[in-house]
Design a protein around this ligand. Structure first.
Ligand code: PEP
Ligand code: MG
Length: 746
């Protein structure tokens, strides 16, 4: 047996024994590595390293010799997280001589960091009298011992002095952007970091290598399936860039998984005596450390990929393919792919926080589809958290509270309980038709864009799909789907809806990045740029193909087509002409075709007399209408909430629109996010809106509020509030006060 293997075998026996471990460990390392000294320094609160065990130095120094992080060789190793191999340590400029240790005679020194879950817990060092550079094998073995030591130190509670000192036990609050509102309380699980490698040392490297190879193959198969299955259907996004990026990530995954040099390195480490899990963990850690010093964002991203991949591999080695430790947990991730989020959802997580992510990202859309409270953009959470920390994810207020103090946790638990009770009460509403207390019927419909959301039709009791965002499937694929592919999706949607109507909105792409043959234009204001119907009209082939796919999917059924971002009647007419031309060729012809427009561009409000006689329906896209009306970008957190739908200008506009639509007998709905908020929904209904379309999460709460509200009482109140507005920016407070007085669940 080679010396390193023998050391690891004996180490295994030492760690398994019940006896005090540290003195044995340093003695063992010192004898097996032929080092005159072996010492362990542990991190203490206040960034202090304390000598806690030694073989070869003065035993009296144990518990007394202390160094600051950054001080001396040991301090530098702790500060940088990198090993130092010095034949002549005493003449190193940073050498800090500590007479009480009796280390004067030792010339050479090898020191490695003791790290666990991204934190430095201490330093392990060996020293020799003779000046010598330690061999690569010796470095490798000492690093392996450091891993074992990390587990032992953590188990012994020494980790309370980890990197952040006492800070790592205190409550910390991280502000973020809410992707999906809601509240969750639970233990933290970290995506990609795995749950630690578990067993570290292996008896039989050959068997370990075989396990590793099998797991790599399984992981590759899993990735191929992930790429194949997530791109067409389960993956989706609102911004083409996100789709492209996600595709790149998946492709890079596949490449790295297939032949990356990191895997060769993992094999090498397994041959050295580590379990496959420990080797993967170790190599990912090495890469992480190396990458910490690289600024190039592209390279850093690649390392993040490997990190995620390593987590996947460790999970695969665990046998399940995905960790099954998510029940009741809050998932924290640097970045998250949509299929990964689905995996975690299946594992039972109750909330998700991603450091890098936006409302437009794929994970956000999946989270919304799953009704999973989600936050993005909290910098530094991953660094700050300890495995098993508790957290409160408050996606209503946009914050993650790590290690909440008892008071905060109790308050949030109470809020969550109240909410759950309320939900349980709402469940009974599912099969009741939506109506106000005075009996005014209201149609509540769904906004969706993913096949996986169709199930919500039944789970919410929605009366149909008021907005089907067709671009989502395209964004998911990163390319324009062909007619047959599109038709298959639309057919599935119509099949799921049955008798219930589905309003298909034609492509509402945020730019032209998905179009294969056009260079992306540089736009200062993409939201007001070449997007949506503008692309469809400039590239009529694209729009006609989509319309053909919709007609094919409808077959003989009824078809509703809605055009987005219409700014002029002429644009609507041009789009409708394309539909008419396609419909003329359709076989079979749909039972009926309804054509409508979204109202998102304020200019259209002044063309209603020309527009309304020509449309079958209009749906207010309040997300865009608000942003254009108030000149306030909908994606800029700094101005989110600055302007209110419940404001005199919006209410005046919405009311006037409603009167005009009634006069022309045109069906009118609202499909922006505001429709999903109970107070806004109540106001919309009292203004005369009979159809509201919204994300699934909104349906039951809105139904509950409407059922409790009497419009005969509310209308004059709203009238009076609007009348007395006197330049107020928002009428929310007085409206909410009335709702509270009435005991409405808003
Ligand atoms: C809107 O603008 O209100 C709308 C529903 O469309 P989207 O959110 O897809 O832009
Ligand atoms: Mg819009």
């Amino acid at each position: 047996m080679s010396a390193p293997r023998r050391l690891l075998a004996r180490l295994r026996a030492t760690m398994a024994s019940a006896a005090p471990k540290l003195p044995q460990l340093v003695r063992l390392v010192s004898s097996e590595l032929v080092a005159e000294v072996c010492s362990v320094y542990a991190m203490r609160p206040g960034d202090i390293l304390e000598l806690i065990a030694t073989e070869g130095l003065n035993p009296e120094a144990v518990g007394h010799t202390r160094l600051r992080v950054g001080e001396g060789i040991v301090g530098i190793v702790a500060a940088t997280g990198r090993m130092l191999n010095l034949p002549d340590a005493q003449n190193h400029p940073a050498f800090a001589y500590r007479p009480e240790t009796g280390e004067a005679p030792f010339a050479s020194l090898l020191a490695v960091p003791v790290r666990r879950a991204g934190h430095t817990l201490g330093v392990l060092a060996v020293q020799n009298r003779a000046p010598r550079a330690y061999t690569e094998d010796e470095v490798e073995v000492l690093e392996t011992v450091a891993m074992v030591l990390a587990e032992a130190l953590a188990a012994a509670g020494a980790s309370d002095g980890a990197e952040e000192g006492l800070a790592s036990t205190l409550q910390r609050r991280f502000p973020g952007t809410s992707l999906v509102p809601g509240l969750a309380i639970g233990r933290v699980v970290v995506h990609g970091r795995g749950q630690g490698p578990g067993r570290l040392l292996a008896d039989d490297p050959a068997a370990e290598l075989a396990r590793l190879d099998a797991a790599v193959k399984a992981m590759q198969r899993g990735l191929d399936e992930l790429i194949a299955s997530s791109l067409p259907d389960t993956e989706a996004g609102r911004v083409s860039q996100a789709a492209i990026a996600s595709r790149e990530v998946l492709e890079a995954y596949r490449l790295v998984a297939a032949e990356g040099s990191w895997l060769r390195r993992v094999r090498e480490v397994v041959r050295g005596g580590l379990t496959a899990e420990a080797a993967v963990d170790r190599v990912a850690g090495e890469l992480r450390d190396r990458m910490r010093r690289i600024v190039d964002p592209y390279l850093r991203e690649r390392v993040a990929d490997i990190e995620d991949l390593a987590g996947r591999l460790v999970a695969t080695l665990g046998g399940g393919g995905q960790p099954r430790v998510g029940v009741g947990a809050i998932l924290v991730a640097r970045r998250l792919g949509p299929a990964e989020l689905l995996d975690w959802h299946a594992a039972g997580i109750v909330g998700v926080a991603v450091e890098e992510g936006s409302a437009a990202g794929h994970a956000a859309i999946i989270a919304r589809a799953l009704g999973l409270p989600a936050l993005a953009g909290m910098r530094g959470v991953l660094e700050a958290l300890e495995p098993e920390d508790d957290a409160v994810l408050d996606a209503d207020e946009g914050q993650l509270i790590l290690r909440p103090e008892l008071e905060a946790k109790t308050a949030y638990s109470r809020a969550l309980e109240a909410r759950n009770l309320q939900r349980a009460g709402w469940a009974g509403l599912r099969d009741r038709p939506a109506a106000t207390r005075d009996g005014t019927p209201v149609r509540l419909m769904l906004n969706v864009g993913l096949a996986l959301e169709l199930e919500q039709l039944d789970s919410t009791g929605a009366e149909g799909i008021g907005l089907f965002r067709t671009e989502i499937a395209m964004l998911a694929r990163g390319t324009i789907l062909d007619i047959a592919e599109q038709a298959a999706i639309y057919r599935r949607v119509l099949d799921a809806a049955g008798e219930r109507p589905v309003l298909f909105r034609t492509l509402d792409l945020g730019g032209d990045k998905l179009l294969p043959d056009a260079p992306p234009p540089v736009e200062d204001n993409p939201a007001m740029g070449w997007r949506s119907l503008r692309i469809g009209l400039d590239r009529p082939v694209l729009l006609r193909r989509q319309l053909r796919a919709l007609l094919q999917a409808a077959g003989g059924r009824r078809l509703h087509v809605m055009f987005p971002m219409v700014a002029t009647v002429a644009e609507f007419r041009a789009a409708r002409a394309l539909l008419t031309a396609e419909a003329a060729r359709a076989d079979p012809v749909p039972a009926a075709i309804s054509v409508g427009t979204m109202l998102e561009v304020p200019a259209l409000l002044w063309q209603l007399e020309a527009l309304l006689p020509e449309v079958d329906f209009v749906s207010v896209g309040s997300n865009d209408l608000m942003q254009f009306l108030f000149a306030a970008d909908r994606g800029t957190p700094a101005i989110a909430g600055r302007y209110d739908m419940l404001s005199p200008p919006m209410l005046d506009i919405l009311e006037a629109l409603c009167r005009r639509a009634e006069a022309h007998g045109v069906a009118l709905s609202v499909c922006g996010e505001v429709a999903s908020r109970p107070l806004e929904a109540l106001v919309l209904v009292s203004l005369g809106y009979a159809t509201l379309s919204m994300p699934a999460l909104g349906i039951l709460p809105v139904k509950a509020t409407l059922a409790a509200a009497d419009l005969r009482t509310f209308r004059p109140v709203l009238e009076a509030i609007r009348h007395g507005a006197d330049g107020a920016a928002s009428l929310r407070e007085p409206i909410a006060a009335w709702a509270r007085e009435q005991g409405l669940p808003v």
